[in-house]
Design a protein around this ligand. Sequence first.
Ligand code: NDP
Length: 392
Amino acid sequence: MNEGILIIGAGGVGRVVTHKAVQNLDAFKKITLASRTLSKCEQIQKEVGGKIDIAKVNADSVDELTELVGRVKPFMVLNIALPYQDLTIMEACLRTGVHYLDTANYEHPDTAKFEYKLQWAYDEKYKQKEIMALLGSGFDPGVTNVFCAYAQKHYFDEIHYIDILDCNAGDHGYPFATNFNPEINLREVSAKGRYWEDGKWIETEPLAIKQVWDYPQIGPKDSYLMYHEEMESLVKHIKGLKRIRFFMTFGESYLTHMRCLENVGMLRIDEIEVDGCKVVPLHVLKALLPDPATLGERTKGKTNIGIVAEGIKEGKKRKIYIYNVCDHQEAYKETGAQAVSYTTGVPAMIGAKLMVEGVYKGKGVYNVEELDPDPFMDELNKQGLPWHIKEL
Ligand code: NDP
């Protein structure tokens, strides 16, 4: 019988997932961490006292992945590599009959556009194979979807408006750096904004809509409307919804640097030729910027991510705010990674724990809000991401 978990990706989030999985070894029994660079797996293996197995894999190759999954024989694979690898890893899981989980939806390396379509297309094949895929089990997507499902289950007959509010008030002391993979981060932030209202998507220029939100334990911050992937599944699964938007905070220094880099072409993802060499400007920028994995030690401050839901309960209007506050330094002390990796890695581990324990089971492809939010909410309180609810 297949047992244990195979984690793919030994970056900032992979480090947290592995640390938290080792803290829950009773549930997982056996943990294998595989990534492109074996030395990164070795480092994490050392940090957790040798309690995991490690392997090297190129997750762009379905054959290599299939061989690895067939050899390790895990109960499930946790895809903590990059969104580019979602489809190859899903395919390898299908071939080997092993459950799948990820934290970010598929994105093609050459097109800065992410959507669930290609992953949802696996639903029928996963059903036939009697395996489950849990998509987007990070914080946003992930916990924000669980918060919406929890609000729908316990607080509303119908939710009409949702704002997802993501604040990172951490300071790493650099004039410019990204808190997770620079390529993924900058592609996301420089893209056009989009929100959903009355059944259709409305596009805005990048970061064109701003509001100031007073984040508990942090204070008021400029928050900019962006497109974010959890909205695509939430509009399908939250009944009665009239509008959903996503806001993220950015400091002035970050925005000035980003606009300047964009204006000079450094965010381009197509190849250009420099002195006879072909390079992608965004890859050059990534090589120049601080590695997000090294920011943990320097980052001070907190994150606050949550949702504001507004709707009707028993004929009366109601508005609630559900959020989590995470401290960068505390996250670093516990796992060697800052709060952005921590808030993503803990929910990935929780989703996997609930699948391994059989609390979440199903055949086919699911987004987290389709499952019972209560066990997930309980685990958040136990595993380091406690949440708060306020009536507004
Ligand atoms: P990192 O870049 O720090 O780590 C990614 C890891 O995946 C690296 O170790 C990298 O290897 C490995 N990897 C990349 N390509 C391959 C490949 N072809 N084969 C094998 N391994 C590969 O990213 P993060 O840890 O910051 O992010 C991980 C994931 O989490 C991303 O998908 C990101 O989008 C998602 N995320 C989700 C959030 C959420 O709330 N839902 C929030 C933040 C991130 P190498 O070290 O060799 O480069």
